[in-house]
Design a protein around this ligand. Sequence first.
Ligand SMILES: Cc1ncc(COP(=O)(O)O)c(CNc2cccc(C(=O)O)c2)c1O
Length: 456
Amino acid sequence: MQTQAYRQLDRDHHLHPFTDFKALAEEGSRIVTHAEGVYIHDSEGHRILDAMAGLWCVNLGYGREELVEAATAQLRELPYYNNFFKSTHPPAVKLAEALCRLAPAHMNRVFFTGSGSEANDTVLRMVRRFWALEGKPDKQWIIARENAYHGSTVAGLSLGGMAPMHGQGGPLVPKITHVRQPYWFGEGRPAGQDPGTFGRECAAALEAKILELGEENVAAFIAEPVQGAGGAIIPPESYWPAVKEVLARYDILLVMDEVICGFGRLGEWFGSMHYDLAPDLMPIAKGLSSGYLPIGGVLVGDRVAETLIERGGEFFHGFTYSGHPVCAAVALKNLELMQAEGVVERVRNDIGPYLAERWATLAEHPLVGEVRSLGLIGALELVDPDTGGRFDKSLGAGTLCRDICFELGLVMRSVGDTMIISPPLVISRAEIDELVSLARQALDDTERRLVARKQA
Ligand SMILES: Cc1ncc(COP(=O)(O)O)c(CNc2cccc(C(=O)O)c2)c1O
């Protein structure tokens, strides 16, 4: 079928996620037909370097036959059975064991879901159930961060701190509140604060909120090690150590959302390990299967697990596809390949530092106000060369740069005027050179087009 025919049927029948349906219908969708390594191909023959690994998830890259074979074999063996009715199957058992072997030592159980949003729904249920079983049923408030992303179910959007989502999804889940995010470039720099001071102030805001609500009412703090969809927000070095000090003073659970930062993205199996944090619960998804099949889950620390097990009786929660055998088989093979190929260590010791070195060269571009990266997450902050400050929002600088990237054969994500990359972890040095070269060209073209827009 030709591109136009696909586009017309897509226009007629398909409502896309996070999309202005009318605008897309007018513009027409991109038909992605196949992919290999770090490249996707569309129906018009374009080969595009996918510096977003799909949606932060294709950690092993596209076209891994071993994952196809794992799925095919499992489809033939047992295409589906549930983990209800006291039942399980080898893929779920083996994946649970493999995950708990990779997780921090105090995390020895996993609850499976079909997505990261369902993982955070599960977190909400577990946190409130845990404190009820501990005899503290009023300990219900969950503190999250402004501009955090924890998914798109009602619980996920309530835990998230994204105002546009709150504006469409209310009424929100009660007893969830948000504190300031450690986004130095967006909030600390404009206030004239050095990163260290700003990071400590953000941690102090968490303690102030705990005291305002009363420790006896606060159940948990949930956070991404590095905020992804919020803008690849790598916190100041002072932030997580200061948060650890705050949390040590109060008995509230720590939930680290590892949906993006898990499975090697920051150069460790989990982002919490990079920051030396010991979470009670860790939602996971995305890189768990390299996006080949939908699977998520919650890694559960012993303190919560033992209470739920010993005193919980039946936990009235779960999903049809919890621990789906084919998804679990692919995820298991994915983890085996990551370990066999030393993918995580390579991010930490080789390709992550190489990306940092090459990505930093973009700082000299007049459109760039800040360059940051950690592991294989990177961000560029676009600024107006005339002022050094942000562009007027009406210019749509970030969206323009994203569209120019596609024209040049590169996928970069824009969040406002922040450009983001999160490439497959298997990306080569040569492909990083190509990525940075295309990004530089996109910045040049964006600058020229913005000058014209400003003069229009
Ligand atoms: C930290 C975090 N937690 C939970 C979710 C929800 O996962 P599911 O999507 O599988 O329900 C996410 C997902 N993150 C996500 C999903 C879709 C798009 C983008 C983007 O940056 O454009 C980011 C995420 O980044």
